[in-house]
Design a protein around this ligand. Structure first.
Ligand code: NAD
Length: 328
């Protein structure tokens, strides 16, 4: 290993945290969503397997972004027993290749970046779809991702209050601590009260049943459903997608592993009712059209998001002398 700028760069988790800010992640994710909508970037089929050991789910997410010239994969998954070992349950590493030659380019820690890119995704949806006068942000879920979601969301609108709900109340301290630090009032509410007060709602739980009822959500709300990334998971009433204008990061994932899988499966909505957010970013489709509309973003999490933030982190680390290098 060396610090000289040759060979394969290694960007550790620690360096990712040092160099990768929320603004850089937002730009990387917004750009790649736009490229996906233009079909200049595409995700390859996802591999995800229960390996029959340590209760782990392991997989690969891969893709190529011709605009950003980013090729690679994120590999990793979910090891539920890690928390007892003092490790994060989600483990991942991003591997980047030179699209001109196929040569290995960078190894980038993916744990911190996963949280940052997921938060950037809902932040992009808020930036493009939430009412400009949104004042109250509701967060449903208070686990690892929730504080990243909160920090990224408050940068998009002038929120005056945060409201939260979590099935395990002892976890709410994760959200209250960040609100205290940000100097924004926080209130813990029931799910129904949370919907009544919120202009923007982020759901970021591991739920397998609807947590939010259609009748509770007020007109003009923007909802970013971020927790549902697997077949069977669900966070909101499938009927909510009927009345709402639905957007997603990637259509293929939205209808199979995203929040829309249930409304699609029940025949409540059609694939053509869902708009990739990249088309809104590119200006080829409308986003929100009035203040009464409920907009719903189905953020399923695509490999290209991981590659985009990992590539940005590698460039920043290399430019700032924070990368180490090795040759194969
Ligand atoms: P975590 O385990 O740290 O937190 C999970 C949260 O869900 C906790 O607040 C927990 O109390 C709550 N919860 C668990 N079971 C529940 C239930 N049955 N009903 C309601 N709430 C329940 O996980 P995390 O890292 O914060 O991730 C949250 C979710 O986001 C997971 O489902 C994860 O797979 C998903 N995720 C999605 C993306 C994406 O790109 N869309 C990226 C990363 C994680």
């Amino acid at each position: 290993m060396s610090n000289s700028n040759t060979g394969v760069s290694v960007i550790s988790e620690e360096v990712c945290q040092k160099v990768m800010g929320r603004k850089e992640a937002f730009v990387a994710v917004e750009n790649v969503f736009a490229a996906m909508a233009k079909k200049t970037a595409y995700n390859f089929p996802v591999i995800r397997e229960a390996i029959g050991h340590a209760d782990a789910l392991y997989g690969f997410k891969s893709g190529f972004d011709r605009d950003g010239m980013v090729l690679g994969l994120k590999s990793g998954g979910y090891w539920p027993g890690n928390i007892e070992k003092g490790l994060t349950n989600h483990q991942s590493t991003v591997i980047l290749f030179d699209p001109e030659t196929g040569k290995l380019k960078s190894l980038v820690g993916g744990n911190y970046l996963t949280a940052v890119r997921t938060a950037a995704s809902s932040a992009v949806s808020i930036a493009h779809l939430a009412r400009k006068d949104s004042k109250v942000l509701g967060i449903v879920g208070a686990g690892h991702q929730s504080t990243f979601q909160l920090r990224a969301a408050v940068e998009q609108r002038n929120f005056e209050k945060i409201v939260g709900w979590n099935i395990h109340p002892e976890k709410m301290s994760n959200l209250t601590a960040v609100c205290q630090e940000l100097g924004i009032p926080f209130e813990s509410l029931t799910r129904e009260e949370l919907c009544a007060q919120s202009d923007v709602i982020i759901t970021i739980t591991s739920a397998f049943e609807p947590l939010l009822d259609k009748a509770w959500v007020k007109p003009g709300t923007h909802i970013a459903c971020m927790g549902t990334d697997t077949k069977g998971k669900q966070e909101v009433d499938a009927n909510l997608l009927v009345g709402a204008t639905v957007f997603t990061d990637e259509l293929a994932q939205s209808i199979t592993i995203g929040e829309a899988q249930h409304a699609i499966g029940k025949g409540l909505i059609k694939e053509s009712d869902i708009t990739p957010i990249g088309e809104v970013i590119n200006g080829s489709k409308l986003g929100r059209t009035n203040d009464e509309e409920i907009t719903l973003f189905d953020g399923t999490g695509v490999g290209l998001q991981d590659l985009a933030v990992a590539s940005a982190a590698a460039s920043l680390a290399e430019a700032q002398g924070e990368a180490t290098y090795f040759t194969l």
